[in-house]
Design a protein around this ligand. Sequence first.
Ligand code: SF4
Length: 335
Amino acid sequence: MAIDPKAADKLSKGWYKERLSSQDCKYLLEFTDHSSEANLAVSLANRLHHQACNGTGQISAEIETVIGPCPGNCGFCKHAEGRSMESFWEIDDGSLAKIAEGLGLFSDVRSIRLTTCAYADIDTVCRQVGIVRDNAKCGTRIYVNTRDLGPDDCRQLKAAGAYGAVHAPRLGEGKDTEIPLETRLDTMTNLVKSGLEVITGVEPIGPEHSIEDIVDNFFLTLNMGCASCELVPREPVPGTKFNQFGKLGQSRFNQIRAVLTLGSSWYTAPHRVPYAGAYVTGGNVVVPKCNLSNYKERIEASRRRLFNGGYDRILKVDDSTSELNMMYLRKTGSV
Ligand code: SF4
């Protein structure tokens, strides 16, 4: 069947890095995820991703450092205060130091993210950033994913050694969460102004979200000076009102990511680092959740995932790259 001519024009513009509007993206997402238009969008976006990172994948390890009943009370989250029966937990300094050191064994974990709940104490987060800085392989970039922050908090995190932050206005912010949308956006402005590299996102995407919900959320932050944007599907959590909707199908997720990749191909982010890839993160960045008992296997699986995804080089902590082949997988114990 012939490709819809209007869709072909918009896909072509995205491929040649011409600006697409939010209306263009919405139009492209009206096609089903198994349509020819969706298949072409995914194919073009994958090629853009591979070109933008020069076939180089990277690993960004995530470590949860503070978990507990969270006053953010997000309707989709298992840690929400109003739902969670869990007690407060904070990683001990020794375990954090061991993970940070262990992740550096082959110098191919390019960054480490420290994730907390919304009540985190910034002095504690800064101390944890310092522990990672002192124990991780030299050059490892440290990101924080924590509560909303004022300008002074951001400066404090940067002084402690943070390179960047993960922060986004979530879908349904202020309605399905107890955090006003403006607060999330203000934090992003504060982070950008402080010189921290910001990874934003469109999340958590569920099957019930409309095309408008998703595209408008993406365009809300596109011009805020962020370095990249990650799309995250929502995991069903029993006991939440969203559980009934289940999880977004992988092919629809791929189509959404592809259209937003093409829709932002014109955008040049500040602080772009070597081999970062397109603004919308694709399969080139793997983010394994790591703790003391699983980090080794998670990193090995991440190397295999990059290899299986067709990435033939892997980014090292010093921004050099190594060939990602069977020999490398064997050498790192990943196969
Ligand atoms: S702010 Fe984060 S940890 Fe807290 S309830 Fe919301 S999603 Fe969960």
